[in-house]
Write a protein that binds this ligand. Structure first.
Ligand code: AMP
Ligand code: MG
Length: 320
């Protein structure tokens, strides 16, 4: 198992040696390595079992440092950068030659983010290279939002996990780029669509393709528990699976089902708060996945605020 702690200099030493470290961010925990060292980047892909057509996000400590890695931040993405960095926003930008092709899967754009978690921001500001840091989970599984989640799955493959508590946002970053002159959302995430619209006006939202290597980041099945994950109207699903005699657990927004055992149901936010629900989503999915049941029953959330990104994750988890 890895050592879990708050020692930035230990993390720094390991990263300088080309090793990988689990790092906290406000979105989810990352599996970080030196983004400018192709061996460290290759180790990230191998450790996660991630296909090399799925490019990585480069993390750095400030908007100024982003310019070391990209040729420009075109208008109006520059407005988003100054408004939302540090924060749960990733921008797709034209890359400079210094960024290894392995990071971008050979694309001429690189995904960049300035995370806001204080521990990781301090680490980044002390390093003289950026970190490539995909979510610290085996490819396709639920993203980690606590150090213990990282340890459970990757603890035998990495030496150290920086412990920054539970991720505040709990959903991956919102990925934004330009396509044919239009601001385009490649992945819904922790920064709400409306916040982006308030700055740049209307945006195009890409939908997912199946596992098409030409469409990185838009894999349809992702963020998946190992148990079948069924979406629908919870009352109907509960009655159907009860009748069939198939053991189930229930994931709801705020509704409690008093006639069911409390131990097989999780409400993501009893007060009906979408931000709180987002924060709790992945930990709840992990807990449900370890319960002694055959299926997980869940419902879609209101299509507003972070509800859209929550629904995106729920739908992908439900693709078998
Ligand atoms: P993760 O780090 O696990 O949150 O995943 C990062 C996501 O960013 C990947 O799934 C990629 O598809 C997406 N991404 C990274 N770089 C690019 C790029 N240059 N073009 C399009 N998508 C990208
Ligand atoms: Mg991921």
């Amino acid at each position: 198992m890895a050592i879990i702690g708050k020692d930035i200099s230990e993390a720094k030493t390991l990263l300088q040696q080309g090793q990988l470290v689990g790092i906290p961010t406000e979105t989810v925990y990352g599996l970080a390595g030196n983004a400018l060292n192709p061996d460290a980047v290759a180790l990230i892909f191998a450790t996660k079992n991630r296909p090399d057509f799925d490019p990585l996000i480069l993390h750095t400590s400030s908007v100024e440092r982003v310019h070391e890695f990209v040729t420009q931040i075109p208008f109006p993405l520059d407005l988003l950068a100054s408004k939302f960095w540090p924060g749960p926003l990733t921008l797709l930008l034209p890359k400079k030659g210094i960024v290894p092709d392995l990071v971008t899967s050979g694309l001429d754009t690189v995904a960049v983010r300035v995370p806001s978690h204080p521990l990781t921001n301090k680490l980044l500001s002390e390093l003289d290279f950026p970190l490539a840091a995909p979510s610290a989970n085996p490819f396709g599984y639920i993203s980690p939002t606590k150090a213990s989640h990282v340890n459970d799955q990757l603890g035998d493959k990495i030496a150290y996990i920086l412990d920054g508590g539970s991720s505040e946002v709990g959903l991956e970053s919102t990925i934004v780029g330009m396509e044919e002159g239009e601001v385009t959302i490649y992945r819904l995430g922790g920064l709400e669509l409306n916040a982006i619209r308030e700055v740049v006006g209307e945006v195009k939202v890409m939908t997912h393709s199946s596992s098409n290597p030409k469409s990185p980041g838009m894999l349809k099945s992702h963020y998946s528990p190992t148990k079948p994950f069924i979406l629908g109207k919870l009352e109907e699903l509960i009655s159907e699976y009860s009748t069939k005699g198939i053991p189930f657990a229930v994931l709801s927004f705020h509704q409690k089902f008093p006639f069911l055992d409390q131990a097989i149901q999780i409400q993501l936010s009893q007060r009906g708060d979408l931000n709180e629900a987002a924060k709790n989503l992945f930990a709840a999915m992990r807990t449900l996945d370890t319960m002694d049941v055959s299926v997980i029953l869940a419902e879609l959330f209101p299509e507003e605020g972070l509800g859209r990104a929550i629904n995106d994750r729920l739908r992908r988890a439900a693709v078998q």
